[in-house]
Design a binder for this molecule. Structure first.
Ligand SMILES: Nc1nc2c(c(=O)[nH]1)N[C@H]1C(S)=C(S)[C@@H](COP(=O)(O)O)O[C@H]1N2
Ligand SMILES: [Mo]
Length: 502
């Protein structure tokens, strides 16, 4: 089911996926799985009805579904040998269950003639095999059997129970594997950074009710990926290969990585799917080995201009080679906010690149860096309608007061965040009902690679107000006013909140 779900995720047009993400937030996978459970239940019911009317017609439906499952499994990059028989076994079990139920039905419930009985007036369903299998001949009631309504209820109950047991077994297997990796993670001690993060400057964090923390705790950090279940990667077995257009291919294991002099930096990462005013953005302290040092060992060839990083689940990102070799702190990260990466955030190793959207840079569960060219390779989202390059767009957000709030007349405190990773923010301004821009108080950022908090107190008399925010980066470039949707390269436009002052 996860394989079919993955294939669904891979196949749906980006627009639909974005719509689903916006509908369900990051719980979209729950919706997908629930939707698929409904589809499967409907297919099962359909198979039963069809099979009852025409032998093997229902079996065919299940078989087709099994083949679809098999194709989906084979199409997944996280393919493991044990995954192949799963859809086949499920299909065989489904077909056996279906035939068994139909036979029971034949025993219990004589199918009345005429429903689908054909020219001869013989009952069709159950009829053909009843003789062959020595079952009661349809048309003759079997004494001592429960009534039809109760029978049907019992069958449904039995079928549901069987499915639930199977699902439970599968779930507990997965949970067991997750628990093992969770255990390894909890015992893992990360080394101290050779190059620690500079301390957070005094005043960088503005205290204002409703304004989130400057550093996002792991548990609140947004999560975006195509993985239906979190890839479980044991550090012991993890390796990273550097391949492609390099002088020397390199293979790195986890112990070797931890023995390198590590760098710790605050970096704000954002999703290209983040709407204006959205929360698919977070700021964390990442510990890792600079990617440029690894690439320097491999020696990229002069014609290379891109690194295609690949995750254990087959997902890929295409990052400009330059962003991984210039002076910015692009990291092969092992730590997040002082702990090993959480499983959902890429344990044991992911990429973090300041200044680029996650879809072209932040590969979680990373296992390969292929040095290549944009002309020859593309990351996962590029052929699905997203830009080849994904530099973060300068943006700002009003967090306080929230859109649609009622506030008391007088001094109203506005606050929020602004970001232009790797360029930095110079100023943040607010305007009320399209009036003149007023400069907000900008807190010192931790670095150019992180978001900045800002605050502005406005005197507001009773009435309706529309308040907008805009940021200007340290190069003097203001954020784009024209509204653009998230696809293909990130949303633009001013975040606007409406407040009623009473
Ligand atoms: N393996 C893998 N890594 C991935 C993705 C993915 O789908 N699979 N999604 C990327 C995207 S689109 C974003 S925005 C970031 C999000 O990282 P986070 O979930 O840790 O916040 O991860 C990136 N890394
Ligand atoms: Mo993203």
């Amino acid at each position: 089911m996860t394989a079919v779900g993955g294939a669904v995720i891979d196949a749906v047009p980006p627009g639909v996926k974005e719509w689903v993400i916006s509908l369900f937030g990051t719980a979209d996978k729950v919706a997908l799985l629930a939707g698929m459970a409904l589809v499967i239940a409907a297919l099962a019911a359909l198979s039963g009805i069809v099979e009852l009317r025409r032998r093997f017609a229902g079996v065919a439906i299940i078989a087709v579904f099994g083949v679809v499952g098999l194709v989906a499994v084979l199409g997944r990059a996280e393919l493991t040998a044990y995954a192949i028989p799963v859809p086949l076994l499920v299909a065989v079990a489904g077909i056996s269950l279906l035939r068994w139920l139909i036979r029971r039905l034949g025993e219990w419930q004589p199918v009345p003639g005429g429903r689908d009985a054909g020219a001869a007036g013989q009952p069709v369903a159950g009829g053909q095999d009843a003789g062959a299998e020595g079952l009661p001949v349809p048309g003759q009631a079997v004494p001592g059997q429960p009534g039809p309504a109760r029978r049907r209820f019992l069958q449904i109950l039995g079928g549901t129970a069987a499915v639930a047991v199977l699902a439970g077994l599968l779930a507990s297997m997965l949970r067991g594997a997750a628990a093992a990796v969770t255990e390894v993670r909890s015992k893992l001690a990360l080394p101290a950074a050779a190059s620690p993060a500079a301390p957070v400057p005094a005043g960088a964090e503005i205290r204002l009710d409703g304004l989130g923390p400057l550093v996002t705790p792991d548990k609140d950090f947004y999560r975006i990926d195509t993985a239906l279940r979190v890839p479980l990667v044991e550090p012991e077995k993890w390796t990273l290969k550097v391949t492609g257009l390099v002088e020397r291919e390199i293979e790195l294991d986890f112990a070797t990585l931890l023995a390198k002099p590590l760098t710790e930096r605050y970096v704000t990462i954002a999703c290209v799917s983040n709407e204006v005013g959205g929360d698919l953005i977070g700021n964390a302290r990442w510990l890792g080995w600079p990617v440029r040092e690894l690439l320097a060992l491999a020696g990229p060839r002069p014609e290379a201009d891109m690194v295609l990083s690949r995750s254990t689940d087959g997902w890929t990102a295409g990052t400009p080679l330059e962003a991984l070799t210039d002076s910015r702190d692009a990291l092969l990260a092992v730590g997040m906010n002082g702990e090993p990466l959480p499983l959902e955030h890429g344990f044991p190793v992911r990429l973090i690149v300041p200044g680029l959207y996650g879809y072209v840079s932040a590969t979680k569960w990373v296992t390969e860096l292929k040095v290549t060219r944009f002309a020859d390779d593309a990351g996962y989202w590029t052929p699905r309608g997203w830009s080849e390059r994904g530099p973060v767009k300068t943006s700002s957000r009003i967090d306080v007061p929230r859109d649609g709030r009622n506030v008391a007349a007088g001094t109203v405190a506005f606050g929020g965040v602004a970001w232009a990773q790797h360029t930095g923010i110079a100023k943040v301004e607010l305007r009320v009902n399209g009036g003149p821009w007023q400069q907000a108080g900008l807190a010192p950022g931790i670095s150019k690679d992180t978001w900045y908090q800002w605050k502005l107190a406005l005197e507001l008399a009773p009435g309706q107000y529309e308040v907008q925010v805009r940021a200007t980066d340290l190069g003097g470039v203001p954020q784009v006013e024209d509204r653009a949707p998230v696809a293909p390269s990130g949303a633009t436009g001013y975040h606007t909140v409406r407040v009623s002052v009473k």
